[in-house]
Write a protein that binds this ligand. Structure first.
Ligand code: ATP
Ligand code: MG
Ligand code: MG
Ligand code: MG
Length: 484
């Protein structure tokens, strides 16, 4: 089943269950407190927390998401993308646990001929909050789930809140067992890697009003008058299961970019395994980051030095650098981006119509980065060698001064230096780097202040005086020897 079909089946199913079908909102979050849309519920937050009356009692969507906190997982786990699509269904004071659980089970397990996804029920494992007797009862007695595939977890794992007083509630997560080839038995609770028991769908039951407290340590004050349901299923995760692939990077909307990277680099990707081979990881990173960058540009983000723009810049740079590590020196986005666009345009036709603009932004950023790399790489290599030779038997550390020079003169952001140094097994004195950055900032502030007030900040001068152990004689007008 192609990814696009997973999307349409989702929307068709919930439309039949009287849900309003809401289009995906842009990746630039409509909620000003976060940079990106990180979950399907983001556009519905006012209806869930109850600050606005929902226009419909039930809604469903397939939402484009960006999660930058998963960037380090990409290509290493089987199931984390910086971009992914979250399918969701929502109830605002309408159905609650029983409705949510029954529909989820029916959609996952009914046959494709009946509009379902046709998963074998025996492969589904469920977790619930250990205090949630109601959810437990529904799973065991309404659904008929065998008790050995129901696991109980604490508030740490199976409880949702917004981080502040307001609505909160238990969750119930659905996991798919890929079988013994992917790890030992024991269910999701035992599988810390999540490779065998893949989390596919999170059902959140907004049930309580919570009070003050740090972390998960807060009182549940009372049941909400208007309870809500908020669920999220990872479309790419269901896709890799239904397409019988080892991971999400090998599904139909992502894999063509890996193939393009193979063709460009002349190296081959090991399909099937969730391999830790560095080249395979790089190709998965490339495919993920190229797609995320394309989707961000499509939604109006432009590369920049902070906020969303910096995330986009970082994604493009990591993709380009991964291609270099695969031995490709020439520009690679002109091949990779069209491959990603062709794989995604079935679901997002605007990628095709807007491709001239999208590709221009991406190609310019690759060119700019290539210039940065050309200027800085030799300097970085020198600094790395210096760190290694001065380390002796200790672990080599690139100095804060070198990291600062790379930043200041060659435009290497610190995380680029960190990543490139790490590739040589060298860490970076980040504390030293940050204090040099602070000094520079203070100097700039003092300069600006001096310009504004006409006064020079003399603290540097005083500092020098103290270090020299006495007043420095001002020789500017009389001493001419310096000019001789
Ligand atoms: P995980 O524990 O695997 O990191 P999560 O618990 O952080 O997932 P949720 O916040 O519960 O994920 O999001 C709902 C669903 O969205 C998940 O069950 C999963 O199917 C999907 N999902 C979450 N993060 C990603 C990601 N980075 N890439 C692809 N799918 C994701
Ligand atoms: Mg996660
Ligand atoms: Mg999880
Ligand atoms: Mg989850």
């Amino acid at each position: 089943m192609r990814t696009a079909e997973i999307r349409t089946r989702w929307l068709d199913y919930f439309a039949k269950q009287d849900h309003h079908i809401a289009p995906s909102v842009p990746l630039v979050s409509p909620d000003p407190s976060i940079l990106f849309t990180i979950a399907g519920m983001v556009p519905f937050i006012p209806y869930i927390v109850g600050t606005q009356q929902a226009p419909w009692p039930r809604a469903a969507s397939v939402q484009k998401c960006i999660r930058t906190n998963d960037i380090e997982e990409v290509g290493k786990t089987t199931r984390h993308g910086t971009f992914f699509q979250m399918a969701g269904n929502f109830s605002f004071g309408d159905y609650f646990k029983e409705g949510a659980i029954t529909m989820a089970w029916e959609l996952l397990t009914s046959s494709p001929a009946d509009g379902g996804y046709g998963l074998e029920p025996e492969r589904l494992w469920i977790t619930v909050w250990d205090q949630d007797a109601e959810a437990k009862d529904i799973w065991l007695n309404k659904i008929g789930l065998p008790a050995e595939r129901l696991q109980f977890q604490t508030r740490e794992e199976n409880f949702w809140d917004t981080g502040q007083p307001g609505p909160a509630g238990p969750t119930s997560e659905i996991h798919y067992d890929r079988g013994p080839a992917y790890g030992p038995d024991g269910g999701p609770e035992a599988d810390t890697q999540g490779d065998r028991f893949v989390e596919i769908w999170n059902l959140v039951f907004d049930q309580y009003l919570r009070g003050e407290g740090a972390g998960k340590d807060y009182p549940l004050l009372h049941e909400l008058e208007q309870k809500a349901i908020d669920t999220g299923l990872g479309v790419e995760r269901l896709a890799f299961i239904l397409q019988d692939r080892a991971n999400m990077y090998e599904t139909d909307e992502v894999f063509p970019v890996i193939e393009a990277a193979e063709a460009l680099s002349g190296r081959s990707y090991t399909r099937g395994a969730s391999s830790a081979n560095p080249d395979d990881v790089r190709m998965r990173v490339v495919a993920d980051h190229v797609r995320s960058a394309m989707m961000l540009i499509a939604d109006g983000v432009r590369p920049g030095n902070d906020g969303r723009g910096y995330v986009l810049r970082r994604l493009i740079r990591r993709a380009v650098r991964s291609m270099r590590l695969l031995g490709v020196e020439e520009p690679s986005l002109p091949v990779l981006l069209p491959a990603s666009k062709d794989a995604m345009k079935g679901s997002y036709p605007e990628l095709e119509t807007d491709f001239d603009r999208i590709s221009q932004v991406a190609y310019e950023e690759e060119e700019a980065f290539r210039r940065t790399l050309t200027a800085g790489t030799t300097i970085l290599d020198t600094a790395v060698n210096r760190a290694k030779s001065s380390a002796g038997t200790a672990k080599p550390v690139l100095s804060g001064a070198d990291a600062f020079a790379l930043h200041d003169t060659y435009g290497f952001p610190i995380d680029l230096t960190l990543e490139m140094a790490a590739e040589h097994g060298v860490s970076v004195d980040e504390t030293g780097f940050r204090s040099l950055m602070d000094e520079q900032r203070q100097r700039a502030r003092a300069d600006a202040l001096a310009k504004k007030t006409g006064h020079v900040d003399t603290s540097l001068y005083t500092d020098l005086q103290n270090r020299l152990g006495g007043p420095v004689q001002f020789l500017g007008y009389t001493d001419t020897t310096a000019e001789a």
